[in-house]
Ligand binder design. Structure first.
Ligand SMILES: CCCCCCCCCCCCCC(=O)SCCNC(=O)CCNC(=O)[C@H](O)C(C)(C)COP(=O)(O)OP(=O)(O)OC[C@H]1O[C@@H](n2cnc3c(N)ncnc32)[C@H](O)[C@@H]1OP(=O)(O)O
Length: 541
């Protein structure tokens, strides 16, 4: 489970300065279009040149023709990158681009990247694949599990003004403290326009799956006044990575208050959560981050499907593309008011569906190289416990609802043939006078029996069915007044994104495995050539 890190803004082919539509063309009184964020595709050669010199500066160690070629490749490949991207963005994108080679140890840049990234003082000491290691011959751990007598019985010492704390998520006051820490300090996008605002109910759902350990909800407090200033969490998960099953922890919600940043507190938190996991016999972990560390097992891109166009324009999450207008955009993203599969038996998931959904989930997720294995209890928790209480109110939601799960029940056989789900993760809009919250839905797990029909993929039947299902997910989200629907380039999502009008975002999400080697998994549309039914099948919350 995890987070955006950062589920970036939508990258749109916006109008050039010299190509602005007249007021008439743009719908008369329609408001401004952004003129300062042309995409790479629409850049004039002048802009390309300017960008090239910025890249050339970053790529200093590579020279001559090699540099030119690399720069061109970057320009061609990073379609979503904006021409005004700052140096860090370009550098990060460049690292992504070369990830495969770096992982394989083939890239000329492998050594240079290591140096450029400052050598990762902490990560260089950890059992994670280091840059340039290449693909392993066999999947397996990097360090063998430590015998219990070798495990440290005490946490690392903190600076004298701070102390360790186990945060009790069952105590509403402590849950509120975590909520407040994260809502003020958690992941922001590159321009600090949006910051995740996980609700307290969401955090409770995410942090208390079956078999969770309270010791894996770790805080750091100021000794004098007990203020919570840092947090990290783990929850147990059983992962299948290719053919192997791993009992692991899913690490998430690492956060240090802004005032205590860059003081090397994060490695201390990571070491302590590792120790706590080890004490429970767990030596592997999965985590995701926007930052590029040694070494992702996969990288996915965020895609965004606009629902509430006027608001997305207001908060500058998206822009009016060239040759379009606000009015046209509203029309373009309009959805039906009821899900189309209702007549075929689409309804909300209920307790009586848990067994069937578990079975369908298990069989479907086998399509992917890496996916969580869920017991029936975990399916019940993950798909039912976040649905809130009471009836759906006129706003399209229940009190405390963080999760929407729908099944298709065959009216004749009563068999569950499909399901889809999405969760609610709003972001605070920073510094906008009109709107304080961006209400985002994120595509979670789904499955369909169509995958098991003969020739399902070759005939296009699977893609059609998934398109119908996820379109209905969009309709449900639209009715529940979400502003945007996000999805990553994982599971079977890639072929659905374009027909369902998702646009590429500027956010990437790196997937990492701790103390586990396996060769890279397909994740990014276009670059790794992620194909349906392979690669990443883990949706982090
Ligand atoms: C067996 C069980 C194992 C369990 C553990 C598995 C591993 C779990 C790993 C954690 C998975 C978390 C999953 C999520 O929750 S990802 C979400 C992370 N949270 C945020 O982005 C919220 C806003 N930012 C912050 O709160 C701080 O900037 C954080 C706390 C992120 C870093 O604080 P700060 O900025 O003050 O830095 P520092 O001086 O203390 O420390 C610098 C060192 O920390 C490395 N760093 C920075 N960011 C991350 C990051 N996101 N994952 C891993 N490492 C990270 C960095 O490369 C450097 O090491 P090195 O480059 O020198 O080597």
């Amino acid at each position: 489970m995890s987070s955006q890190k950062v589920k970036g803004k939508q990258v749109i082919d916006t109008a050039d300065d010299d190509n602005e539509l007249s007021a008439d063309e743009s719908g008369g009184s329609e408001p401004e279009r952004s003129t300062n964020e042309p995409s790479v595709q629409t850049s004039s050669s002048k802009k390309k040149k300017k960008k090239k010199s910025k890249l050339a500066k970053i790529l200093n160690p590579v020279s001559g023709a090699a540099e030119d070629k690399l720069v061109e490749t970057v320009l061609e490949n990073i379609k979503a990158e904006r021409a005004d991207a700052d140096e860090d963005t370009v550098r990060a994108a460049l690292q992504q681009l070369n990830l495969k080679d770096v992982v394989a140890g083939k890239s000329d840049l492998a050594g240079k990247n290591q140096k450029d990234t400052g050598g990762h003082k902490f990560w260089a000491t950890q059992p994670v694949p280091q840059y340039g290691e290449g693909s392993p011959e066999e999947d397996g751990y990097i360090e063998p599990p430590k015998p219990p007598e070798e495990l440290k019985q005490r946490p690392d010492l903190l600076p004298k003004d701070f102390e360790w704390a186990t945060v009790d998520i069952d105590d509403p006051a402590q849950l509120k403290e975590v909520y407040e820490l994260l809502s003020a300090n958690y992941v922001e996008d590159d321009d600090a326009s949006f910051r995740f605002n996980y609700s307290a109910g969401f955090l409770k759902w995410a942090l208390q799956p079956p078999g969770y350990y309270k010791e894996w909800h770790l805080g750091v407090r100021v000794a004098a006044n007990k203020k919570l200033v840092a947090f990290i969490s783990g929850v147990p998960v059983t992962l299948r990575v290719r053919q192997k099953e791993i009992k692991a922890s899913e690490i998430n919600f690492l956060c240090v208050i802004k005032k205590l940043r860059h003081k090397r507190l994060a490695p201390v938190l990571i070491r302590e959560v590792t120790r706590q996991c080890n004490l429970k016999g767990i030596s592997q972990a999965i985590y995701t981050a926007g930052v590029f560390l040694p070494t992702p097992v996969s990288t996915c891109r965020y895609y965004h499907r606009s629902l509430n166009v006027p608001k997305l324009l207001d908060v500058k999450f998206t822009y009016i593309p060239r040759n379009s207008t606000r009015a046209r955009m509203i029309l373009q993203y309009k959805l039906p008011s009821t899900p189309e599969l209702t007549a075929s038996g689409l309804r909300e998931m209920e307790e009586r569906d848990v067994e069937q959904v578990s079975d369908l989930y298990k069989r479907y997720m086998d399509r992917f190289d890496m996916s969580p294995l869920m017991t029936v209890e975990e399916v019940r928790h993950n798909f039912l416990s976040g649905k809130g209480t009471g009836e759906i109110d006129p706003s399209g939601r229940r009190e405390g609802q963080v999760l929407w799960v729908y099944v298709v029940e065959d009216p004749g056989t009563k068999k569950i043939t499909d399901f889809f789900s999405f969760f609610s993760l709003p972001s605070s809009v920073i510094g906008n006078i009109k709107h304080s919250v961006l209400d985002a839905a994120y595509l979670y797990y789904y499955a369909t029996e169509t995958a098991f029909e003969p020739q399902a993929e070759e005939s296009g039947a699977l893609k059609r069915r998934l398109e119908d299902l996820i379109k209905d997910a969009l309709v449900v989200a639209d009715q529940a007044k979400f502003d945007v629907f996000n999805a990553l380039t994982l599971m079977d999502n890639v072929p659905l994104l374009e027909p369902l009008k998702f646009g590429a975002g500027d956010g990437l999400l790196n997937y990492y495995l701790y103390n586990w080697r396996t060769s890279p998994l397909a994740g990014m549309e276009g670059r790794d050539g992620v194909k349906p039914g392979q690669g990443v099948g883990v949706v982090m919350i």
